[in-house]
Design a protein around this ligand. Structure first.
Ligand SMILES: Nc1ncnc2c1ncn2[C@@H]1O[C@H](COP(=O)(O)OP(=O)(O)O)[C@@H](O)[C@H]1O
Ligand SMILES: [Mg+2]
Length: 227
């Protein structure tokens, strides 16, 4: 589903965000990517959504070498991939409902179909009763769940989460992680970037450890946070 083959990503003059990184994430896998700040975690996600191009190597998504993707195919690729962030990136002047509705409008979803899709997404994350709230009227945990609902409406094949619990207390952290695991059980390949050691050890799934742009560990199952 996601294949990195000898990926190096450098920025001038001599910053190496990733050095010769290779891995293969199979359909339906749940993978945590861990490592200290600056290790290259976000760079991996940005390469997956083709926001950055590798300096060397190949990124293959769903069997597709994304170097071959034309500019107008990139939005199609991105629609297969839901992304959530530490700071939620909700539009604060729109309600939860409108935030999700907006994502559907930009891809030209027929307007009659929108309410049903939005309700279903809110149901998955348990936020039906907050649909009319604006983001500032949500707790951080609810805001992240709203962002997850929004990421789900395109029915992505892949969900990428970049430090999604970075702003959450331990209870909300658990809730969000449990939600990601449930989403993964629906068959969505899930990549979680985090430096929360306890969470990674609790998840007990594959863990890829990065240090200074290099993979220093790839534990296939029952992975533990090692650095
Ligand atoms: N656009 C950029 N220009 C220059 N350096 C960058 C850029 N993006 C990331 N880097 C550098 O690449 C390294 C890895 O960054 P990043 O992937 O964001 O790390 P992480 O998400 O693990 O904290 C860091 O040293 C960072 O400063
Ligand atoms: Mg990062």
């Amino acid at each position: 589903m996601i294949k990195f083959i000898n990926i190096t990503k450098s920025y001038p003059p001599n910053i190496f965000a990733l050095r010769n990184v290779s891995f293969h994430i199979k359909p339906g896998e749940f993978v945590s990517i861990v490592g200290q700040s600056g290790a290259g975690k976000t760079t991996i996600l940005r390469l997956i959504i083709a926001e950055e191009k590798p300096t060397k190597g190949k990124v293959i998504i769903g069997g597709w070498d994304i170097r071959d993707a034309k500019q107008n195919e990139i939005p199609l690729l991105r629609r297969q991939i839901g992304v959530i962030f530490q700071d939620f990136k909700l539009l604060s002047k729109k309600t939860v409902y409108e935030n999700i509705e907006f994502s559907l409008q930009v891809i030209g979803t027929p307007f009659k179909k929108i309410p049903g899709i939005v309700s279903q997404a809110l149901k998955i994350v348990g936020l039906e009763n907050k649909a009319r709230n604006f983001p500032p009227q949500l707790s951080a945990g609810e805001a992240q769940r709203a962002a997850i609902a929004r990421a789900m409406v395109y029915r992505p094949k892949i969900l990428l989460a970049d430090e999604p619990t970075g702003n959450l207390d331990p209870i909300n952290t658990r809730e969000v992680i449990e939600l990601l695991l449930r989403i993964n059980e629906l068959g969505i390949t899930t990549v979680l970037v985090t430096h929360n050691r306890e969470i990674v050890n609790l998840i007990k799934k594959r863990v890829i450890t990065l240090d200074q742009g290099m993979i220093i560990g790839d534990q296939q199952e029952k992975g533990r946070y090692v650095i």
